[in-house]
Design a protein around this ligand. Structure first.
Ligand code: OGA
Ligand code: MN
Length: 200
């Protein structure tokens, strides 16, 4: 946890390898429901499906999906508390979804705090892909705000990538193998459309 906080201070992101053990990753994968929804851009119902930008499928995480999911969420809660303690971010909620990328699926370059998601401040991406190799492709490419590539991250099992949502555009390169992740966001409270933005 100290390394995470230090790295966020100095570079704004951190790759946390072996965040969970292989067994824990397996248990988490077993919690993924059968049915997948086409991912949409933004949180609002009126937002159109946008298959030109992303082609993955998602499932929002919920504690009722099982104990391993509960455990994952409680680890995220620890990160939330530490991040608030060190950065005074006022993060108040975590939302996350499983994502499945099938062969050829991608997510073009984007920022996570866009189109109805302006309250996102800190992103986490957790990977659940055993023995991922270079031929599997599907790397996460991370850029700075001047569009320089700063990292290329293979979605290796057990790896957690954490970064400030507003500072790093990123993209998922087309994958050659089925690719599973949990993308999540810590949000600040805010007012939207004259309504208090609360957990949904
Ligand atoms: C996202 C995202 C990255 C990944 O869902 O917003 O950028 O590596 N995911 O799955
Ligand atoms: Mn993203």
């Amino acid at each position: 946890m100290n390394q995470l906080i230090d790295a966020l201070f100095t570079q704004g992101y951190y790759v946390w390898d072996d965040f969970l053990t292989e067994d824990e990753v397996g248990q988490l994968r077993d919690c993924i429901p059968e049915e997948w929804k086409k991912a949409r851009i933004g949180r609002n119902e009126e937002v159109m499906r946008e298959s030109a930008i992303r082609s993955d499928k998602i499932q929002w995480l919920h504690p009722s999906m099982g104990q391993p999911v509960e455990c994952f969420l409680s680890k995220m809660e620890q990160i939330r508390l530490e991040a608030n303690r060190h950065f005074f971010l006022g993060l108040f909620e975590y939302e996350a979804h499983f994502a499945k990328y099938e062969k050829g699926d991608f997510y073009k370059k984007h920022l996570d705090c866009f189109q109805g998601n302006e309250n996102r401040r800190l992103t986490t991406v957790f990977y659940m892909n055993e023995s991922w190799s270079e031929q599997d492709a599907g790397e996460l490419v991370v850029y700075d705000l001047d569009d320089n590539e700063i990292a290329r991250i293979p979605p290796k099992s057990g790896r957690l990538f954490v970064f400030f949502s507003e500072q790093f555009p990123h993209e998922v390169l087309p994958t050659n193998s089925e690719r599973y992740s949990i993308a999540g966001w810590f949000r600040v409270n805010g007012v939207k459309d004259n309504q208090l933005d609360i957990a949904h």
